[in-house]
Design a protein around this ligand. Structure first.
Ligand SMILES: Nc1ncnc2c1ncn2[C@@H]1O[C@H](COP(=O)(O)OP(=O)(O)OP(=O)(O)O)[C@@H](O)[C@H]1O
Ligand SMILES: [Mg+2]
Length: 150
C-alpha cells in the first residue's frame, strides 16, 4: 500500500466483508496504519464524524443501526481489573464488531480473533497481511479476496 489512501481503501474493503459478532486484531508497530485502516472502515460503514485514536480512552464506540463497533487501542492498557470493571468483556458479543489495536497488551483477557490484520512499514508504504482465526474469519478472507479479484 503506497500511501494513506491505500490504507483507507483497504479498511473500506474490509467493511464490506465484516459481520456483527466478529473480533479483528490490528497488529503492527507504532504508525503502521491501524487507526488509518479503522478510519477507512468506519467511513465506508457510513460514519461521517471524526475517528479519534482511542490511545487514552482505550475504546471509542460507534453505534450503527444494527450493531455497535468498538475500536480499542490497548497500547496503554495496564490493569486487568480495569478490563473487568469497565465491562470490556461484554463488548465482545454477537451484536458488535470489535477492532483491537495492540491486542497483545491484554493477553489472555481477549477472546480469540476471527481475523488478524497485520500491517508492516516497508519503505514509504505499508504491507498488509490477513489471517483468519476462525471459520467465520476464513469466510471473511475468502469474500475479501473475491472482492479484490472481481
Ligand atoms: N500505506 C501507507 N503509506 C504511508 N503512510 C501511511 C500509510 N497508511 C497510513 N499511513 C500514515 O501513517 C501514519 C500513522 O498511521 P496510524 O495512526 O493509522 O498508525 P497506527 O498503527 O494506528 O499507530 P499507533 O500504534 O501509534 O496507534 C499516519 O500519518 C498515516 O497517514
Ligand atoms: Mg492507532
Amino acid at each position: 500500500m503506497a500511501d494513506e489512501a491505500a490504507t483507507l481503501a483497504l479498511g473500506a474493503r474490509l467493511a464490506t466483508v465484516l459481520r456483527p459478532g466478529m473480533a479483528v486484531w490490528l497488529s503492527g508497530d507504532l504508525g503502521a496504519g491501524k487507526t488509518t485502516l479503522t478510519r477507512g472502515l468506519l467511513r465506508a460503514l457510513g460514519h461521517g464524524g471524526r475517528v479519534k485514536s482511542p490511545t487514552y480512552t482505550l475504546v471509542e464506540i460507534y453505534p450503527f443501526s444494527s450493531f455497535n463497533l468498538y475500536h480499542f487501542d490497548l497500547y496503554r492498557f495496564a490493569d486487568p481489573v480495569e478490563w473487568e470493571e469497565a465491562g470490556f468483556r461484554e463488548y465482545f458479543n454477537p451484536e458488535s464488531i470489535c477492532l483491537v489495536e495492540w491486542p497483545e497488551r491484554a493477553g489472555a483477557l481477549l477472546p480469540r480473533p476471527d481475523l488478524e490484520v497485520r500491517l508492516d512499514i516497508e519503505g514509504d508504504g505499508r504491507v498488509a497481511r490477513l489471517r483468519a482465526g476462525t471459520e467465520e474469519g476464513r469466510r471473511c478472507v475468502e469474500n475479501f479476496l473475491q472482492s479484490v479479484s472481481g
